[in-house]
Design a binder for this molecule. Structure first.
Ligand SMILES: NC(=O)c1ccc[n+]([C@@H]2O[C@H](COP(=O)([O-])OP(=O)(O)OC[C@H]3O[C@@H](n4cnc5c(N)ncnc54)[C@H](O)[C@@H]3O)[C@@H](O)[C@H]2O)c1
Length: 339
């Protein structure tokens, strides 16, 4: 089989992580071409990884030998770029959030199914072994007799996001809801299914002026949000997300009727599993969980490539998942205006 060729559109902060993930997942058995509205950004990235440079974004779309397009631009460009790619019969990977409108997400899924291409969205936390192993346990009957039924879960994510102004402005799809909360909402729905009731406890902006890229900027998007929901499966979920925390933090805490899971993608976090009964290699009582070093981008991009090769769209984070997620995001955005 010829090398798979992947076009990366948008050469900012995420693109290099995708490229190194793609190269290490496939043992460099993909070829990559990059494009950006800024030709300088694209050239720098092409030189850094010694990959092909497109003359422009349009010329990348004109390359007939490209199998897939990986969209790494700010959110407002995701819809047009994904639609254009899939209409050309290309598989797509799109950074999160896919889009911010339910109609657009539904249209993307319709076109994906019609074109029979793979569509994946970058919900990276699903690929952290610490967090994906708990998803596996939840599907294991033996685990539920040791852990009991999940009752309450707290999801926390916070970081400063001092890299680009667009991430802090409403009109460019920025703010704590789109940038941060969406990751934990995706994880919560992946674990426990869709919400039955939802309430936005607070949604506010505490730092309207902040240093971004070394300069003082005036911004208008919310920088802190807390959401409470009950899932249809009966779990009470709290999610707190912010763009204030100086040192990035992330963790998940789940209380079951007979056990506790505390896990994070951060190795410094005290991750553990408490069980009232033994389960597989875990003892009754406290079990410290080791966070093994892993390249989440390698796992994520590897799954995308495997799915293209197997032609089965069996990715973990589908466009259809994003349709369901955006339906809930819409409710959060509607409620957040009331605050
Ligand atoms: N999965 C994660 O953990 C994670 C983390 C950070 C960002 N993201 C997401 O990744 C995406 C990109 O974020 P980033 O931090 O790389 O942004 P960035 O601002 O660093 O880079 C975006 C790049 O896209 C280019 N661009 C803008 N519009 C374009 C267009 N129409 N066509 C081609 N290029 C265009 C810009 O010139 C810039 O180089 C966003 O959706 C963001 O939410 C995900």
């Amino acid at each position: 089989m010829n090398k798979l060729k992947i076009g990366i559109v948008g050469c900012g902060k995420q693109a290099p992580k995708h490229i190194s993930g793609l190269l290490s997942a496939t043992n460099a058995k993909v070829s990559i071409v990059v494009a950006d509205l800024s030709q300088d950004a694209a050239r720098d990235l092409a030189e850094k990884f010694d990959v092909e440079l497109a003359d422009s974004v349009d010329s990348l779309f004109e390359m007939a030998d490209i199998d897939a397009i990986d969209v790494c631009t700010p959110v407002p460009f995701h819809y047009d770029l994904c639609l254009r790619s899939m209409r050309l019969g290309k598989h797509i990977f799109c950074e999160k959030p896919l889009v911010t409108s339910l109609e657009q997400a539904q249209e993307l899924e319709r076109v994906r199914a019609e074109q029979d291409v793979v569509g994946m969205v970058g919900y990276l936390y699903r690929f952290a072994p610490m967090l994906s192993s708990f998803k596996g346990y939840l599907a294991n009957k033996a685990f539920s007799s040791s852990f009991g039924e999940p009752l309450v879960a707290n999801f926390r994510i916070g970081g400063r996001g001092s890299h680009q102004v667009w991430k802090h402005k409403k009109e460019t799809g920025g703010g704590a809801i789109n940038e941060m909360l969406v990751h934990m909402l995706d994880l919560a729905m992946w674990y426990f299914g869709p919400p039955d009731t939802l309430d936005v406890l607070y949604c506010d902006q505490l730092l309207p002026s902040r240093i971004i890229g070394g300069e003082l900027a005036e911004v208008d998007a919310e920088d802190i949000v807390q959401v409470k929901l009950t899932t249809q499966s009966g779990v009470l979920v709290n999610i707190q997300a912010d763009m204030l925390t100086p040192s990035f933090t992330q963790f998940v805490e789940v209380q079951g009727t007979k056990g506790t899971f505390c896990g994070s993608i951060q190795p410094t976090y005290n991750s553990y599993l408490f069980l009232e009964e033994k389960f597989e290699d875990f003892n009754k009582g406290m079990n410290k969980l080791e966070s093994k070093p892993s390249n989440l981008f390698e796992i994520q991009m590897g799954q995308f490539v495997d799915s293209i090769i197997d032609r089965n769209n069996s990715v973990s984070s589908t466009i259809e998942d994003s349709v369901n997620l955006i339906r809930v995001m819409d409710q959060i955005n509607t409620h957040s205006y009331e605050h």
